[in-house]
Ligand binder design. Sequence first.
Ligand code: ADP
Ligand code: MG
Length: 646
Amino acid sequence: MINVLTKEVYNRISAGEVIERPSSIVKELFENSIDAGADEIVVSIEGGGIDEIFVMDNGCGIEKDDLTKVFLPHATSKLKTAEDLENIRTLGFRGEAMPSIASVSRCSISSTTDNDVMGYNLVVEGGEFGEIVPAPCKKGTAVTVKDLFYNTPARLKFLKSDRAEQNDVTDLIEKLILSNPNVAVKYSIGDENVIYQSYGGGFKEAVLTVYGADTVKKCYEISTEKNGIKIEGFIGNTNFFKSNRTYQTIIVNGRWITDNTIATAVHNAYANYLMKRQYPFYVLSLTIDPQFVDVNVSPRKTEVRFQDNHTVYGAVYSTISKVLDGSADALNIVVTEPASNTVTEITDFSRVTSNDEPALPSDGEFKPLPPKPSFGIEYPTPTRSNYDHITDYEIPKPILPQTRVAQSASVDSTPVSDLSTPSAIDDIFKENKAYIEKLERERRQKLDGEQQSMPNDAPVKVIGQALTTYLVLECGEEMIIIDQHAAHERILYDKFCRKVKEKEILKQDMLIPYAFRVNAKESDLLFDRIDYFRDLGIDLESVDDSTFKVYAIPVDLVDINLDLFFSDILNDSKFKEETIPTIIREKLMQKACKSAIKSGDSLSQSEINSLLALLKQDWGLKCPHGRPVCVKISRTEIDKWFKRIV
Ligand code: ADP
Ligand code: MG
């Protein structure tokens, strides 16, 4: 017999898709508040959110007559027709969260709209509707979800410990604060333990709230537009890494998502600077025309599909590489440079979530939330005075290049207000550009004069080679130990990369052209990119439908294994233009590694000198594989070893 399931049973089954754990409920409730136009949202949880979740907003509210509809499956105010799906600007649209939540918990909703003199409350327990009763409350909506999964013990068993669930909620709130920077969010565990409080003051303030000033100082603040995609964010400097991926946030059109295309693009841009198990820190916010993004991919709406992955990858990859590699274009991307780019320890900002120690340095000003059911009571509106704990953060100068121009090119210090006119901005911008180009030219000239002796910032004294592996130097009050192999490898690699980048690639014709076979799809892919390969120094021709021949390759790649090289390129499932330079770069890296001075090679004084000249006192360098090239030990440290000082 085939049964048509009752609404209650159906809701409980479908609840599994969206409502897996407390954090998924918080996400849905929070997003409903955002969709309702709220700019203040209060979230609190108890017992990891299993005992209680409370979300209150100052959004548009729900009319009395609509209160029941909130809990009907596929009831939504956000969509009417299938065409609307093409242009979704709200976070929710499936109309399944509220009925799902109410079917597996005791849920209470109170709401007041502008039209109502008073609010109304409806309780739904395990899908059973109560009466709609008057309830005094401010404009907006408050939802309380109690006793999650009380009627589905099997699901309850799948939850983690209260503490682990609580951490999941806190992680989620971080992402929600970051993706809703113009919304004031107050998040507490229990009534009084405020974990995060943001004030809706914009993206930077949101990043500061979540990660703190120390982290922001180590980041580039970027903002640019590429191929119609606006990219904004904070990306860690080349010496600032985390030991896991949780410090990576991707926001697309205000929606926090996980996305492989963007994550891979960022990862690849950082690849040169990363060691094993190091992960870059970033908060990236992309704005793309909604018609090119399909958000209706997963029930939880945490993934999206781009109409053109390739463009998104390219925009993100090129933006971030330009910034990290310090290309001249970075001028148009970087808003604020990191305050420091020195080698920093891998510090994990660990949020404290225990009851006694809130993560934010609480100044005692956080007011406890009001008793929850009586929504009529005003909760303290977040004010900036509570934000004082970050005033010790040195607010970065707005746009670094402008500051530089003002200082060194003695441009009249235009009053800030004048900058608001487009022409003034244009002028400053042009001058900045000219100035930065000058700097860039100087930098190049310096780089090109490779034979020049070492710049003499602090006098360097070469002590010698130790253990036929390390060079030992003295520089000011520091002792420097250099890994000769890593240093040489990095120098060779930089040289190769510069040549590839500047298209000054010397080609070498092959005595016997190298032929390889491909299938039809591969043949099309290669054929379309023959010019691209030529630019990279690889002359390729198609012989017939299934055979290609290589006639010339870059001098620096002559002894690579071409079989492996092309199979690497063709096996790369996505085979994107962006991945070819990465593969070439890897080959160059191997090449650099092979031809570099080995550890165990004993070096003459003049060999040491020429290596040091090439290194140009760039002690912060890492080898192409990400290992450090130099280690500095200060006099103080050494003095401590010998207990000269304590
Ligand atoms: P969806 O968000 O996909 O529309 P939900 O089940 O999450 O579906 O919510 C159903 C409807 O309830 C929403 O479309 C909205 O009209 C209403 N609603 C839910 N939460 C709120 C809120 N906080 N403020 C105003 N309206 C809300
Ligand atoms: Mg919703």
